[in-house]
Design a protein around this ligand. Structure first.
Ligand code: NAI
Ligand code: MG
Length: 488
């Protein structure tokens, strides 16, 4: 049965005014499982009007921070109540294994909102000392209407990472989920209303890239928060430049997973198999480059190949599936294209676990390319699939140089038991996360900010207020001191 998706605009559930829709395809079955409204300028105008009204005239930005926190806690409870439904929507829409969506993603989404709920009444401005002549206080005010453009790799978690911070700081938001995976964001919008968050504070419009483009160039939007490709991030920054608007961008990555000569090999192996294949390699922090000491290379690679070959592939709705399909036909073609590019230069090691033998669905076999030149295309560009480039190194300096030798700077992991080496390398690696003897570790209280082409602006942590508030200084004269800048 094909589901019909509705958008959340103000307190209404609506279709596009034009009646246009697009299909949402289940990547495991290649069947249409839902049709969703394709919002155009008229629908985006309507959502922006509702959001503006909620911000400019509604109770939300004016209520006490404690009251906002109370509503966000209630929201968290509803997300927990709908945990399995939310997880299942992501699994059906984009193919991640159901255990990942229901046991990791949905609880993580609740955790992100809960963290933001707790932050509401703890964010504060400051007082700036200026002797006896002035009283100066600095306020942190909400920026207003936020446009949140979402990717499909963690549909629900990313929606929560946009909604929570925006709301904690007193803003309102319009979400535009990815066209591949719109349904969990829509349910999140419905739950906001059920929680008693005022209408217009959380709106959800659906559509493809063109809908996102209309939203980010809307003159009544105050801030854009985007997670997705570096290419679209760049175009959003251009759109933001037209209106001199605030942007937060969380973009691509090419994580180096560095295994030093003295590493705990078992721990590094388990983590490497995880980081290059989890979510079918569709994470901005996927450990897509294994940078390994020459001495460990051969044994490590044999064992890694064997482990990747044993990952249970199949229907993502089955509880023992570890590797689902890629999100879409487009992504399938992109990843297979990279495997072809790599195969022109290197012999692919196909970790045949039957992924590509599935009779339907956008599955690919985990694939390793060995002894890859750090400058090769497959070692430089974000593939977003379970495709690993292995690069050897001999000394610490070389490993650091390889880690930093891409246009991205989102994350790196390193495996070593040498404390001084670990700290030297952490200092020298240019990325927002450096994981030592662990990988892909993140959570609501950990702020991140992509270095170089991985992004602009801080996401999450207490620091999120830097991205979701604007500063106002109130300066009061106390004793008629002449302005030192005045010329007469
Ligand atoms: P994308 O960047 O095109 O899509 C992300 C979101 O942006 C979607 O909601 C899309 O509708 C919207 N969008 C597209 N064009 C837009 C525009 N001109 N203005 C405003 N919004 C727009 O990513 P796509 O095409 O789905 O994936 C391509 C590649 O991007 C992937 O292969 C991967 O390398 C990278 N990617 C990175 C992500 C990350 O977490 N950093 C997440 C998703 C994709
Ligand atoms: Mg795109």
């Amino acid at each position: 049965m094909t589901a019909t998706v509705e958008m959340i605009i103000g307190e209404e559930k609506v279709q596009a005014r034009s009646g246009a829709t697009f299909d949402v395809i289940n990547p495991a079955t290649e069947q249409v499982q839902a049709t969703a409204p394709e919002a155009d300028q008229a629908d985006v105008d309507r959502a922006v009007d509702q959001a503006r009204k909620a911000f400019d005239e509604g109770p939300w930005p004016k209520m006490t921070p404690g009251e906002r926190g109370r509503l966000l806690y209630r929201y968290t409870e509803l997300i927990e109540r709908e945990n399995d439904a939310l997880g299942r929507l992501d699994t059906e829409d984009m193919g991640k294994p159901i255990t990942h969506s229901t046991q990791h993603d949905a609880p993580a989404a609740a955790d992100f909102i809960r963290f933001c709920a707790g932050l509401c009444d703890k964010l504060r401005g400051s007082q700036i000392p200026y002797g006896a002549s002035k009283h100066i206080y600095l306020l942190r005010e909400p920026v207003g209407v936020v446009a949140g453009i979402l990717p499909w790799n963690f549909p629900l978690v990313m929606a929560a990472q946009k909604v929570g911070p925006a709301l904690a700081c007193g803003n309102v938001i319009i979400l535009k989920p990815a066209e591949q995976s719109p349904r969990s964001a829509v349910l999140l919008g419905e739950l906001a209303l059920e929680a008693g968050i005022p209408p217009g504070v959380v709106n959800v419009v659906t559509g493809q890239g063109a809908t996102g483009a209309v939203l980010v160039s809307h003159p009544k939007v105050d801030k854009i928060s985007f997670t997705g490709s570096t290419e679209v991030g760049r175009s959003i920054m251009h759109a933001a430049a037209e209106q001199i608007r605030k942007v937060t961008l969380e973009l691509g990555g090419k994580t180096a997973n560095i295994v030093c000569a003295d590493a705990d090999v078992d721990a590094a192996l388990a983590a490497t198999a995880f980081t290059c294949s989890y979510n079918s390699g569709q994470i901005c922090t996927t450990g897509s480059r294994l940078v390994i000491h020459r001495k460990l290379h051969d044994g490590f690679l044999d064992e890694l190949t064997s482990r990747l070959g044993k990952l249970k592939v199949g229907d993502p709705l089955e509880s023992d599936t570890k590797l689902g399909p890629l999100v879409s036909r487009e992504q399938h073609e992109k990843v297979r294209g990279y495997v072809e590019v790599g195969s022109r230069q290197y012999t692919p090691i196909v970790c045949g676990n039957g992924a590509s033998a599935q009779d339907r669905g956008y599955y690919v076999d985990p694939t390793i390319f060995d002894h890859v030149d750090p400058d090769a295309q497959i070692a430089q560009e974000e593939i977003f699939g379970p495709v690993l480039s292995v690069i050897d190194f001999d000394d610490e300096r070389e490993a650091i140089e390889i880690a930093n030798r891409t246009s991205y700077g989102l994350a790196a992991a390193l495996w070593t038991n040498d404390l001084s080496q670990a700290h030297r390398m952490a200092a020298a690696i240019d990325s927002s996360f450096v994981w030592i003897n662990c990988t892909n570790f993140w959570g609501p209280s950990i702020p991140y900010e992509g270095h170089r082409q991985s992004g602009v602006g801080v996401d999450m942590g207490v620091e999120l207020y830097e991205s979701y508030t604007k500063i106002k200084n109130v300066i009061i004269d106390l004793d008629n001191t002449p302005n030192p800048w005045a010329t007469s």
